[in-house]
Write a protein that binds this ligand. Sequence first.
Ligand code: ADP
Ligand code: MG
Length: 697
Amino acid sequence: MELAYRDIAYCKNVGAKRADILRHELDVRTALDMVRQFPYKYIDRSRFYRIAELDDEDTYVQIIGEVTEWHTIGIGKAQRLSATFFDGTHQCELVWFQGVKYVKLQRNIKYLLFGKPSRFNHIYNFVHPELTPWDKVTPEMTQGLEPYYNTTEKMKRVGLNSKAMRNIIAELLPDLKMGVPDTIGADVLQKYRLMSLTEALINVHFPKDTLSMQNARARLKFEELFYVQLHLLRQMKRREQNPGFAMPMVGSRFHALYKALPFDLTSAQKRVIHEIHDDLKSGHQMNRLLQGDVGSGKTMVALMCCLLAVDNGYQACIMAPTEILANQHYETLKAFLAPLGDAVHIALLTGSTSAKNRVPIHNGLMNGTIHILVGTHALLEDTVQWQNLGFVVIDEQHRFGVAQRAKLWTKNQMPPHVLVMSATPIPRTLAMTVYGDLRVSIIDELPPGRKPVQTIHYSIKKRAQVYAFVREQIQKGRQIYVVFPLIKENEKMDLQDLENGFNELCEAFPEYKISMVHGQMKAADKDLQMTRFANGETQILVATTVIEVGVNVPNATVMIIQNAERFGLSQLHQLRGRVGRGGDQSFCILLTDMELSTDTRKRMDIMVATNDGFRIAEEDLRLRGAGDLEGTQQSGIPFDLKIANLATDGQLLALARQAALDILDKDPLLEDEINRIYKRQLDLKRAEMPQNWSEIS
Ligand code: ADP
Ligand code: MG
């Protein structure tokens, strides 16, 4: 019977109880699901080591030799067995803490030792090694690469360890060899020189050598990435066929602002505005991601594009993730728009807008007298109705869930054009996946005259020097940010840290005024503190990461980050972007604990070495892996990646995306007979997807 139709319960070595656990823990229902559980690593069992060759690395090895001597220490549960193993020239030590009475050792016979060495006092030792008498060693045991499978505690309780998984899959091998239907067309397989699915499934579990293992994995990764891309790109193509509001005109307000700007737009800003305008003219709905490093002037681009919409008779909104940021956008935009007088009416709506103040806003949106609304997700509420919403900017996209975005679709007869702005640059591979259904515009140039922020890494021991530096900067008239980490699990303690930090700074700088903001303050208090700092009434702002996004105080030249080891790279970069916004040389000081992990050290070194947000994003992805990156959970990659890794499989991803594009360019909705296999696979996968993914994005 075809593997896809065989219930896992009826496979050899499984049975009802294990089948339940497999279903529950791994969502394995059929024999085909089972062979799609891929090993997470392989150990080369064709290689035999000598003890002299071992190095400190924590990898499994096998050695042939004899047990020359052994003794037990302790009694009962505390008993341990320790043995000396000799490979003919060198010795190592074997240790058992558990099941000591089951370990039967013999002198003068040849053993195969298998395990993970660690070094202790110049001697290698193996804890709980596998020790097999040589005459019991079967050829299979020492052939090729041995696959290792992830298992859970619940699985282990019913004996489903890695070895048991392997045995179950081994029993399916003969049927697998009869062939499984491929999920990728022969033309694509040939073009990208990929193995057939059957061949790949055989070789991913039982590779004859490293090359065939790698080829098998590449084929399976390609398949996974290909379907993600096919799904996203089909959505994109489908939407691009949808009608959208046509905004062909470049009107008087746009021109007036352009003339009134206190600076020239950078050529990157101009290019991006053109790209967006092309979409607005097209008569189809736009879905575009605007990427650009911190301070590259995305907000200005957003404003110019809002005016394009307004000049064509539509309303626009800009949605920010926090009240602080919404307020600040509102203030900045209002200032830029001031020279235009009554021609553009802009309003602010957030969670703390009072019921009384909402009335004129609601009315203005309904009768069209408000042209641009800036706000938080408060503007998604059902009571917010528009006369003619045509253009939506979502700032710092990752803070919004996909479902929240969907609400905007219902605010007019047709979905508005959507411009998503990302807070920090996103690595290419991640953008292709998380935002794979969006067209991308990139601002790859900073406004002229910016001095790059100088970044310095200090251990907290150097606090006195840092304070001296702070004093020197304040005496020059500059202002200082001091940021403390806030980790949700223990808000109380973090708040305590923040308050201690605040008090310490008050003592250290009695002659200066210090503001403090954190997430648990009332919005009005937060605003007051922020405003005092922005107006220069206070010299130091102590804050948690609430100031991370967007806040703009050009006179602030020093960003001190306490416990910098607790922040991710992208977050550090984002924080650093708060300074260096005026004409003065700015500094970012990373303070860390004395003891640093290698990983932390690397992160600090990268921060010191570069100001390039795209490079930092790439490094962040590499160090942390895709799953951990801020934003990926919420934006949600449509299917779980089981084998591909966005941090390391960028090249395969680009190929898979190209392959998907080639198919969709000819057949955007996958209606042709030859593309039936793709449509069917996508339908199968859609059934597994979170609901909202199949609808929108
Ligand atoms: P982003 O949102 O990309 O981080 P902003 O839009 O907040 O950047 O811009 C950062 C600062 O640069 C703002 O003070 C803005 O007024 C200013 N700015 C934007 N575009 C230019 C430009 N072309 N030349 C000079 N300054 C600019
Ligand atoms: Mg911004």
